[in-house]
Write a protein that binds this ligand. Structure first.
Ligand SMILES: [Zn+2]
Length: 147
């Protein structure tokens, strides 16, 4: 979709030839990440082969949905009219617990921008936005982690 001429509609995720499972999983409340069946590397974003061993034996698997805040940026300036009511919001890189450097670009929700800290524990949640469901992350309740 074009960002020009349709300013009140949010840009939607566009599934590539390899990422359809990711969005379908989100619609079903599951965080699915591609994994190599040969060397066991998790790969995101998904592609046709494992970038480490070259195997084409890659397939989606469900992950825990747990991670930590790797880095983030607080968006305070409106870049698209459809996001007007969201300001300020946090665009986050979340490192999943399954593997070092396995990072998703997502949003950090239910967190005031001045309380976001690199390294804070997060968990996935799924947010319906129009016709799509987006994996988003929220802080883990400290009481929840001690259980
Ligand atoms: Zn591999």
């Amino acid at each position: 979709m074009s960002l020009v001429g349709d300013n009140l509609t949010r840009p939607r995720p566009v599934a590539t030839a390899y990422s359809g499972f990711f969005w379908e999983g989100a619609r079903n409340g599951r965080l699915l990440i591609q994994r190599c069946g040969d060397c066991r590397l998790y790969v995101h974003p998904p592609g046709p082969i494992c970038p480490r061993c070259g195997s084409s034996g890659v397939a989606p698997v469900e992950v825990s949905g747990r991670g930590t805040l790797y880095s983030f940026s607080t968006i305070r300036h409106l870049f698209h009219p459809a996001f007007k009511d969201d300001l300020p919001y946090i665009v986050a890189r979340v490192e999943l617990d399954e593997q070092a450097d396995l990072v998703l670009i997502t949003n950090l929700r239910r967190c005031a921008p001045d309380t976001a800290r690199v390294g804070m524990p997060l968990r996935v949640t799924f947010e319906a936005v129009g016709e799509d469901v987006l994996p988003q992350f929220i802080p883990v309740d400290p009481a929840e982690t001690s259980r």
